[in-house]
Design a protein around this ligand. Structure first.
Ligand SMILES: Nc1ncnc2c1ncn2[C@@H]1O[C@H](COP(=O)(O)OP(=O)(O)OP(=O)(O)O)[C@@H](O)[C@H]1O
Length: 267
């Protein structure tokens, strides 16, 4: 059975994208020339051993790091302009990191509304939008709370709501649940799947967890290190919505096991 979300025109297209970091010693070849497409409405997971370039790749897609070579387009528009400036394609991207990075002096709703404030939206409209998003991510009722008053999982929900505030087509997530306990992480995986199905975003997510990758992904891009490059791309065949019970099935465990074996070989 193939995934029920067909991959259509790419919303992210990488062509021969490469990254070298200059350091005091030798330059580091973080990613060798890489081609990759992410389809509209696809959930793509980047998986691989420490140092294989997952974060580098995600940050290049997000316009936070400029590639050393290659081209990168977002919904058909080149992300980088001449002179090292990002183009308007940046508006199609929302980012979520391992740490929620909420401002402690702003209420939850004002944290979520901040990108809209920066775009010049009035206070009533942006708070209404924040409330709508809080309902979507399951934290309605906490509008006037401070970030410190929320659990780690709730703070990550707020960070996701903030990333969705200006309605980007693509969500980029760097180990968004890496700091959460196992039960909260399971709950957040279910929540992310619900959001993914409800909003029809494309998502690129970095994780260290093989089970999380197999549970969430339409396709898993396995990267190998020194220098970082794509080792293989694994299509995950399970229909959505997926339940946590799926993880106990032989079919799920088979994919986890083959990825674990390959990870051990390339680490
Ligand atoms: N700013 C930097 N300057 C120099 N080298 C860097 C820099 N950022 C990353 N690197 C190097 O580039 C390589 C890829 O790093 P990156 O953080 O992208 O890997 P990763 O797969 O995300 O690792 P992890 O799973 O540990 O987070 C590593 O060798 C790392 O040491």
């Amino acid at each position: 059975m193939l995934s029920d979300r067909p991959v259509t025109a790419p919303v992210i297209a990488l062509r021969a994208i490469e990254k070298w970091y200059g350091t005091r010693d030798e330059p580091v070849h973080a990613l060798s020339a890489t081609d990759l497409d992410v389809g509209a409405g696809e959930l793509l997971v980047l998986l691989g051993p420490s140092g294989c370039g997952k974060t580098t790749l995600l940050r290049m897609i997000g316009g936070l790091i400029e590639p050393t070579a290659g081209s990168l387009s977002i919904v058909g528009r080149s992300l980088w302009e001449k002179g090292g400036r990002q183009s308007e394609a940046l508006a199609d991207l929302g980012m979520v990191f391992q740490d929620a990075n909420l401002f402690p002096w702003l209420t939850i709703e004002d944290n979520i509304a901040l990108p809209l404030e920066l775009k010049g939206m009035g206070v009533a409209d942006r708070r209404a939008k924040a409330r709508e998003l809080m309902k979507l991510v399951g934290i309605a009722g906490f509008e006037k709370r401070w970030p410190r008053e929320l659990s780690g999982g709730m703070r990550q929900r707020a960070a996701i709501a903030r990333a969705l505030s200006y309605n980007p087509k693509i969500l980029l997530m760097d180990e968004p649940f890496g700091a959460l306990d196992a039960m909260t992480r399971d709950a957040m995986n279910m929540e992310l799947q619900r959001l993914f199905l409800a909003t029809e975003k494309s998502i690129v997510l970095v994780t260290h967890s093989i089970a999380e990758a197999v549970f969430l992904a339409d396709r898993i891009v396995l990267l190998s290190p020194r220098p970082g490059k794509i080792d293989r791309i694994v299509t995950v065949p399970f229909a959505r919505p997926r339940t946590l019970e799926l993880q106990a099935t032989a079919a799920f465990q088979d994919i986890v096991l083959s990825l674990r074996e390959r990870l051990a070989e390339i680490s």
